[in-house]
Design a protein around this ligand. Structure first.
Ligand SMILES: Nc1nc2c(ncn2[C@@H]2O[C@H](COP(=O)(O)OP(=O)(O)OP(=O)(O)O)[C@@H](O)[C@H]2O)c(=O)[nH]1
Length: 339
């Protein structure tokens, strides 16, 4: 091949790569979450460039640490993401640039060896957020030449920049969405999300003729806790109550912070009798489990009111009924068996 022919061939190859990267970028731009973005990105890169395998190495903690937590992990994320220390990640990208290698044995002590099973070369592409390295996209191939260290990394650098930018955008959107729907102090959903959720439950009830109930919950003598132990302690109590409530309810139930020391728990497909049983279980839990605080065990008690929707009342009426029952319970000390 003449020099000119070689140049034309190189430019053709480069154009084909650029076209594929453009297609990937266009696809990931429409991702609605960071989870979806990463899954789309890795699947597209692997398929379009016909790679042996692809992984995402992430340092802990990162703004997308939840991807590594068991709760949020889908099977796909379990198979394709790996946790790595910041120190080790920096070994791959000391200058913040992609790393190409066909000497995979050097990573035996750093990465799980099965990651490279059947592979001969690999490319590590740095992924940054607000300029800080937090992960590496690991592209793996069966051919020794595919990611040979002598090759240029222009396209991979472009990819790294675009992935970092797209991820930053989607994370900002996710954070705003989180702030609009979740309570910062307790981590449970806020009143705004509660209204959306109850509206959905009420229309589900109408459509499928299933029961729907809710609990209105208030911490007893909470002002006294603030006054005696301080506001910080009060904040801890609210977080404790919210976390315990979340743990104690069923998977299909949801807990919301309504206001101050008040919470609402929605009980999907549950009758009034079920709601009373839940109220009893929740109050008894707090009666029997004081909150560890400094060197003490702080007694925390709650009161609950229950209401079942009759399919006609509005959300506000339903909450009001549960709130009225709560005060009945709180003031007259009625047990849930006698209401
Ligand atoms: N620490 C803390 N206190 C809060 C927060 N939001 C509201 N509060 C306080 O919660 C207290 C609620 O007081 P009350 O409504 O009188 O409730 P209570 O003392 O539990 O009284 P009973 O319900 O009758 O037992 C008020 O003093 C609020 O200032 C918060 O985010 N953190």
């Amino acid at each position: 091949m003449s020099q000119l022919e070689q140049l034309i061939e190189n430019s053709r190859v480069n154009e084909a790569i650029a076209q594929k990267l453009f297609e990937i970028e266009t696809e990931i731009l429409s991702s609605k979450s960071s989870k979806e973005l990463l899954q789309t990105l890795l699947t597209l890169i692997k398929d379009k460039f016909n790679l042996h395998s692809i992984h995402l190495l992430l340092v802990e903690p990162t703004p997308i640490s939840y991807i590594l937590s068991n709760v949020a992990q889908t099977d796909w994320h379990k198979a394709n993401t790996r946790q790595i220390s910041e120190q080790r990640l920096n070994l791959f990208h000391p200058d913040g640039k992609p790393l190409l290698t066909n000497d995979l044995s050097q990573f035996d002590c750093i990465l799980p060896t099965n990651i490279f099973a059947g592979a001969k070369s690999a490319a590590f592409i740095p992924v940054k957020l607000e300029g800080k390295l937090f992960g590496s996209l690991l592209l793996i191939d069966e051919s020794l030449d595919r990611f040979s260290p002598e090759l240029g990394t222009f396209h991979l650098e472009q990819l790294a920049i675009k992935v970092s930018l797209c991820l930053s955008n989607v994370l900002v959107r996710e954070q705003l969405e989180y702030m609009a729907n979740y309570d910062r102090l307790t981590g449970v959903a806020n009143r705004r999300l509660m209204e959306v959720s109850i509206t959905e439950e009420l229309s589900r009830q109408k459509r499928y003729d299933v029961p729907f109930s809710l609990l209105f919950i208030d911490c007893n003598k909470f002002k006294q806790i603030n006054d005696t132990y301080g506001h910080d302690c009060g904040d801890k109590v609210l977080a404790y109550v919210a976390n315990q409530l979340k743990e104690l309810i069923r998977e299909t139930d949801r807990c919301f912070r309504y206001a101050g020391d008040e919470f609402v728990v929605t009980l999907a497909s549950q009758s009034y009798a079920d709601a009373l049983r839940a109220a009893k279980r929740l109050t008894e839990f707090f009666d029997n489990n004081p909150m560890p605080y400094q060197n003490m065990l702080l007694p925390i008690t709650i009161s609950c009111g229950a209401a079942q929707s009759d399919g006609l009342q509005s959300m506000d009426e339903l909450i009001k009924r549960a709130d009225e029952q709560l005060y009945l319970h709180k003031n007259k000390k009625l047990s849930y068996d006698t209401i």
